[in-house]
Design a protein around this ligand. Structure first.
Ligand code: PHE
Length: 346
């Protein structure tokens, strides 16, 4: 009988250990401890044993009963509050930080540009991306039939048919440059004026590593008594040194823009190839980064400024290109892909 008891115990132990849910534990409880179980039967038969065996066997049977019962109880608790490694919660471990985004590299760069000009006494203004042709062209000394208008051919916008709230009397377009903000700003200001106007512009353009159809410019306008070309070159040189360091190589060449006279383009040594020539600088070693000049007297007049008393300079920076050069980015299109592998590097 002792052997029978021991084998029941061994069998029950294994089954209890392997039980995968509480329903199975209930079944095992009945199987081993229920009224009709083998163990209960054996316990009942103890009284038929020879007297000298009864005590010892009864003792063993009771211990086995208790062991099976406590085994089932322990496993039942274990299943309610699992302690397996997979589900173990260690409250002392640091929590999982939620992923935090950050500003786009262009936004960061625009803020840097703004802070540099603000430190030189400029104010920051903005204008609409959908612009009237008169501000984008006519008042900037680019009349209807001027060939320069072709260079800046753009997307024109029609009001939706039947739109009562907006009656289109003037030509609307996606602005090709931030220069219209010069005119808009001067409708509300009198010299002396120092302002910048960063913003998005749109071009009818085939894209490549250094051209996009949508990109950012930053317009600048200074109007005061006796403003000269040297003020323009001085201001922009300081700005470029603040961005690229004291040793930046700058080249200034004459260029034509209808709204300035004289007009100047600023190039900087291509930072990506050090001037050797690469795809970003079209093998030239120099990159055009801004157009500028002294504000044309006709434009001053259109702004309501007396060109006998005041003169001024204006410039338009290509923010995307400057950002690329200062960060070593080789393709302008990367800024607009929304690819996290690119964005996470900033
Ligand atoms: N608006 C010109 C462009 O988009 C740049 C520019 C601005 C040139 C101001 C001269 C003065 O190319």
């Amino acid at each position: 009988m002792k052997d029978q008891l021991k084998s029941i115990y061994e069998e029950a132990k294994i089954k209890i250990e392997r039980a995968s849910d509480s329903a199975e534990l209930e079944r095992l409880f009945i199987e081993y401890l229920g009224r009709k179980s083998k163990l209960t039967n054996l316990l009942r038969n103890i009284k038929n044993l020879p007297v000298q065996e009864r005590g010892e066997t009864g003792n063993l049977a009771n211990r086995i009963r208790q062991a099976i019962e406590s085994g089932i109880r322990t496993r039942r608790q274990g299943l309610k509050a699992p302690t397996g490694h997979k589900t173990l919660i260690d409250r002392t471990l640091p929590g999982i930080m939620p992923a935090l985004g950050h500003y786009h590299p262009l936004t960061k760069f625009i803020r840097l540009v703004e802070s540099i000009f603000i430190s030189m006494g400029f104010e920051v203004v903005s204008g609409p991306e959908i612009e009237l042709a008169k501000y984008n062209f006519d008042l900037l000394n680019i009349p209807q039939d001027h060939p320069a208008r072709d260079l800046w051919d753009t997307y024109y916008i029609k009001a939706a048919q039947g739109n009562k709230s907006f009656e289109q009397k003037e030509q609307l377009l996606l602005r090709t440059q931030t220069s219209p903000v010069q005119i808009r700003a001067m409708l509300k200001r009198q010299p002396p004026v120092r302002l910048i106007a960063p913003g998005r512009v749109f071009r009818h353009e085939a894209t490549d590593s250094s051209h996009e159809s949508t990109f950012y410019q930053c317009e600048g306008l200074v109007i005061d008594a006796g403003v000269k070309v040297t003020d323009l070159i001085g201001t922009l040189s300081i700005f470029l040194k603040r961005i690229f360091g004291e040793n930046v190589k700058i080249r200034v060449r004459p260029e034509y823009y209808p709204f300035v006279e004289p007009g100047l383009d600023f190039d900087i040594r291509c930072q990506l190839c050090g001037g050797q020539g690469c795809s970003v600088c079209s093998q030239r070693g120099w990159l055009e980064i801004l157009g500028s000049g002294l504000v044309h007297p006709v434009v001053l007049k259109n702004m309501g400024v007396d060109s006998k008393k005041f003169s001024g300079f204006a410039f338009g920076l290509g923010l995307d290109r400057l950002m690329m050069l200062s960060n070593g980015v080789k393709d302008i299109r990367l800024s607009y892909l929304g690819d996290l592998r690119f964005l996470r590097q900033f």
